[in-house]
Design a protein around this ligand. Structure first.
Ligand SMILES: Cc1cc2nc3c(=O)[nH]c(=O)nc-3n(C[C@H](O)[C@H](O)[C@H](O)COP(=O)(O)OP(=O)(O)OC[C@H]3O[C@@H](n4cnc5c(N)ncnc54)[C@H](O)[C@@H]3O)c2cc1C
Length: 380
């Protein structure tokens, strides 16, 4: 259905375009930027259903990471060493691409290191992770040319003020950034290249016509040559054949804390919990593994089970001696699948998707968007 009362100008300038990208998260924006940089004369429009991006890109924890040791062990089990090497390479190169495109200042990127925490009683997991440090250091050095990226540090749990934690594995390359600043900067870069971003526009369906594609949205029908879905966890609402599932991540942030001791990004329980400092606040998220079934949802929201566990973790382990208050809670939706690589493919004639960043889209989102943009361009 066409939107009512469209002018001739609106119809020809906004509703007819060469490429529509659905979703203005990190992948959609990078795809649009790639296309416009390579083919400036093509008209590119992003349709975003939210007033702001409404998936994961502005709701995440802002870890610029490429995997903690326990995550890398799990991922190596799934795909083997070569696949893991390629994945780590993509994550690393993706982060470098993001940094050179946006600039560290605009990302508020700080390389404060990343740390994986082990409780004293988790000696089996700790021993396995420690025994793999040299193996993963060799892989990471091969990619980054930097040696001894992972190392054990037994003094820092006390310095950071943790309880019950007797060992940390440090990743000296891990960084943190401001996810809101990242998307704001990407929106500005896309706009400066001539990308049109239209918000509050839900794409409901599409149809292949003789020489174009009709895109049916909550704001009426668009006429386009190529259509690219960068809708991550929501992609299976239109393409049930895609192998991905949504996973909700619940997050909270404290009010400012005087003399906060911890600084950096922290991973706990094989990455199922993550926390960091944001200035002198603590941001903590995770707990999806407490109830995978409930958290496999497209709905934003919080549950008492996850929230109470996050609070307990803060009180007992992270800030045992420090009074704190919670300022804000929110959630975001990620996409997971059995395979670790994102899906970048043609899903129907002239229709493409770039989805499933498996919870590490800050690292892999730029690469995924670039691959998708290049795939669309090759199809012209
Ligand atoms: C709580 C949380 C913490 C995270 N922490 C980190 C982290 O620290 N480091 C890291 O690397 N990654 C992290 N991630 C993962 C990372 O944020 C994602 O992998 C990444 O943002 C995915 O980007 P995307 O562009 O593919 O998807 P999204 O950002 O989800 O973008 C998809 C967009 O598509 C839009 N959309 C969907 N359907 C439609 C439709 N029908 N019509 C129009 N628009 C539509 C959505 O509104 C959304 O804006 C986290 C995620 C969450 C939720």
């Amino acid at each position: 259905m066409e939107a009512p009362n469209l002018s001739y100008w609106e119809k020809t300038n906004f509703y007819t375009t060469d490429i529509v990208i659905v979703g203005s998260g990190i992948v959609g924006l990078n795809a649009a930027i790639t296309i416009k940089k390579k083919q400036p004369t093509l008209n590119v429009t992003i349709l975003e259903r939210g007033f702001l991006p409404s998936g994961a890109s502005t709701k995440n924890a802002g870890f610029a990471c490429f995997g903690s040791i326990s995550e890398l062990i799990e991922q190596e089990k799934v795909g083997g060493t070569e696949l893991l090497r390629e994945l780590v390479r993509k994550r690393w190169e993706g982060l470098q691409k993001l940094r050179s495109l946006v600039g560290d200042d605009k990302l508020d990127l700080q390389i404060n290191g990343g740390f994986e925490l082990f409780k004293a009683e988790e000696f089996a997991l700790k021993d396995e992770c420690v025994s793999k440090i040299s193996h993963f250091n060799a892989i990471v050095e091969d990619i980054t040319s930097i040696s001894d990226v992972f190392s054990v540090t037994n003094s820092k749990p006390k310095i950071f003020g943790f309880n019950y934690i007797d060992c940390l594995i440090e990743n000296k390359l891990e960084a943190q950034l401001d996810a809101g600043k990242m998307i704001k900067a990407l929106v500005q870069i896309a706009a400066s290249l001539g990308v049109v971003i239209l918000n509050n526009c839900v794409v409901n369906d599409f149809k292949e016509e003789e020489n174009f594609i009709s895109v049916f949205t909550s704001q009426g029908k668009f006429k386009v040559k190529k259509l690219l879905f960068c809708t991550n966890a929501f992609a299976n609402q239109l393409f049930s054949q895609l192998s991905l599932k949504p996973g909700r991540g619940q997050v909270l942030i404290t009010k400012p804390i005087d003399n906060l001791k911890l600084k950096g990004t922290f991973h706990y329980d094989k990455g199922y919990y993550y926390f960091r400092n944001v200035g002198n606040r603590v941001l903590l998220g995770g707990g999806r593994n407490l109830d995978f079934f409930t958290e496999e949802t497209h709905q934003f929201g919080e549950t008492p089970l996850v929230q109470n566990t996050l609070l307990r973790l803060l009180k007992e382990v992270i800030l045992p001696d420090t009074p704190f208050e919670i300022e804000q809670k929110w959630s975001g939706i990620m996409a997971f699948g059995n395979e670790l690589s994102p899906i970048v493919e043609e899903v129907a004639p002239h229709v493409f998707c770039a989805v499933r960043c498996n919870g590490m889209g800050i690292a892999i989102g730029s690469q995924t968007g670039q691959e998708a943009g290049e795939l669309v361009l090759r199809s012209f």
